[in-house]
Design a protein around this ligand. Structure first.
Ligand SMILES: O=C(O)COP(=O)(O)O
Ligand SMILES: [Mg+2]
Length: 217
């Protein structure tokens, strides 16, 4: 039977907040507003770029009537510097190659918009490892709605495990009734024990064994 693994992106495969931070602050500077800290921006990541922009606007008391224009400004800045400060978490490319060698089909299911997602995966040489990529704007709904995760596995033609770092991912796995492996070095705000998960890891070298256990059931 074909097995599949679907990964969240931000905080799971890549530490992308430093570039999101720069893009948000350039957007705020355009509007004459003072910058946010890295920690503030990190806390706003996980529900997609429109939500990140909304949180930044609220923090700087910018009227929401400007939301569409601010999203466009943020995406413009982000497209110019999508991976300048972004880094792939240790062991990710090696582990993804190992899993492909073991016959797993791999996908990405992120709340990041599709265009920057593909731009980033390509720039980091990760794009060829994935058979499907679903972004936050690929469907009318985003995580924690289970539909994008279901669509990812459907496109892969296989069932398997979802790997993510956040409250949103844990809820998505639960609602989709897909086994969930929690990566603990990402942007989670909740203690590990308070998040529903079937496995937990802090080193990608542990993942092949975890998947073997979760897909054997
Ligand atoms: O764009 C976001 O807010 C987060 O994206 P993620 O789903 O890859 O964590
Ligand atoms: Mg994430």
């Amino acid at each position: 039977m074909t097995r599949a693994v679907v990964f969240d992106l931000d905080g799971t495969l890549i530490d992308s907040v430093p570039d999101l931070h720069v893009a948000v602050n350039r957007m705020l500077a355009d509007a004459g507003k003072s910058p946010l800290t890295l920690a503030e921006v990190m806390a706003f990541v996980g529900n997609g770029i429109p939500n990140l922009v909304k949180c930044a606007m609220e923090a700087r008391e910018i009227p929401m009537g400007d939301h569409g224009a601010m999203i466009a400004a943020m995406l413009g800045h982000y497209a110019r510097d999508p991976v300048t400060l972004t880094r792939i978490y240790d062991g990710v490319p090696e582990t993804l190659s190992t899993l492909r060698g073991e016959g797993y089909r791999l996908g990405v299911c992120t709340n990041k918009s599709y265009t920057p997602t593909l731009q980033i995966l390509t720039a980091l040489n990760l794009d060829s490892l994935f058979d499907v990529v679903i972004g936050g704007d690929s469907l009318p709904v985003r995580k924690p709605d289970p539909a994008p995760l279901h669509a990812s596995f459907r496109a892969l033609g296989a069932s398997g495990v979802f790997v993510g770092d956040s409250e949103v991912d844990a809820e998505t796995g639960q609602r989709a009734m897909v086994p969930f492996a929690l990566y603990t070095r990402g942007y989670r705000k909740t203690p590990v024990e308070a998040l529903p998960h079937d496995a937990v890891f802090d080193d990608f070298a542990q993942l092949p064994q975890i998947l073997q256990r979760l897909t054997a059931a």
